[in-house]
Design a protein around this ligand. Structure first.
Ligand code: CUA
Length: 314
């Protein structure tokens, strides 16, 4: 779902209602003005040769009509101003804190952190976040480089992520589902390929995901996967990425600890399949020109093992 016509939260619902009212009233006014203009254009007055000054009584009547129309216009605009402010207030009011998710915008991906009092259970992921349905979720927004904007149209309005400044907002997803979001502030070459997904699940499913995603990995027993892990650590991947339970703990690129549980590669650019991952590793600059990820030229043996290893990181 990626449309504010399909609201999945009370916030998005309020925004959608405001929009429909503006559309309805604006549309009615447009139709009214068009009809009056057409009426004026096709109604002939006087002899038709040049402008005719209307009689004084008629002049006063026209003045009254214009004044009334101006007054109604001001009234409608003032009404929308009050409505608009009230929606803004409802969106900004902070609830009793529930879950807090830290989101940091990077060119061009989203770093996502679920804080935990126990640091070993702190969960870091990217581009895909899970939230419980029916509970307020607080988002803390930061930017690592330039201004980005967090926008999941079915859940909330746009919120900017500004370097050197921390902002926060919240919403409650009241309908389970997968919501697509998009960076909504031009942030460079791949601004369009900076998408994210919010998965709203009932509490038990959310808990299960959180538990699985907070787990560190054991060294793989399967020889191909073990080889893939060695390739990962030796081929430069670990210079930028981290995988919990291994020697890779760099934070330049997205955390790959549970890479296989995500539905896309490169912030919504490719669906997460072995074929796409192979493409991505060999030549990311073709898929997403300008991306920070360099090409990793590997022979087919190590490449296959690496892809199998990454796709095993559920
Ligand atoms: Cu980030 Cu546009």
């Amino acid at each position: 779902m990626h449309s504010f016509f399909h609201p999945g939260s009370p916030h998005a619902n309020a925004v959608a209602h405001l929009w429909w009212w503006m559309f309805g009233v604006g549309g009615a006014i447009w139709i009214g003005v068009t009809l009056v203009a057409l009426y004026a254009a096709f109604t002939r007055r006087g002899s038709g040769d040049g402008l005719v000054e209307p009689p004084a009584a008629e002049h006063r009547r026209i003045e009254r009509v214009v004044s009334a129309a101006t007054f109604v216009t001001i009234l409608i605009l003032a009404g929308f101003l009050v409505y608009d402010f009230s929606v803004g207030r409802a969106l900004a009011a902070h609830p009793q804190r529930g879950l807090t998710i830290d989101v940091t915008g990077h060119q061009w991906w989203w770093e996502v952190t679920y804080e935990n009092p126990d640091p070993s259970r702190r969960l870091v992921t990217a581009n895909e976040m899970h939230v419980p349905v029916g509970e307020p979720v607080q988002f803390t927004l930061r930017a690592a480089d330039v201004i980005h904007s967090f926008w999941a149209p079915s859940l909330d309005g746009k919120r900017d992520l500004i370097p050197g400044y921390t902002s926060s907002f919240w919403f409650t997803a009241d309908t389970a589902g997968v919501y697509r979001g998009q960076c909504a502030e031009f942030c460079g070459l791949e601004h369009a390929k900076m998408a994210f997904y919010i998965v709203a699940d009932p509490r038990p499913r959310f808990e299960a995901w959180l538990k699985a995603a907070s787990q560190s990995h054991q060294a793989p027993a399967d020889p191909t996967l073990a080889y893939g892990e060695r390739v990962f650590l030796a081929s430069g991947c670990a210079t930028c990425h981290s995988i919990s339970g291994t020697q890779a703990f760099a934070t330049v690129g997205p955390n790959l600890s549970h890479f296989a549980s995500r539905s896309t590669i490169a912030a919504g650019t490719l669906t997460n399949t072995s074929v796409n991952l192979t493409r991505w590793i060999l030549n990311p600059q073709v898929v997403k020109p300008g991306v920070g990820m360099p090409a990793v030229p590997l022979d087919s043996g190590p490449l296959t093992a690496l892809v199998a290893y990454l796709e095993s990181l559920k």
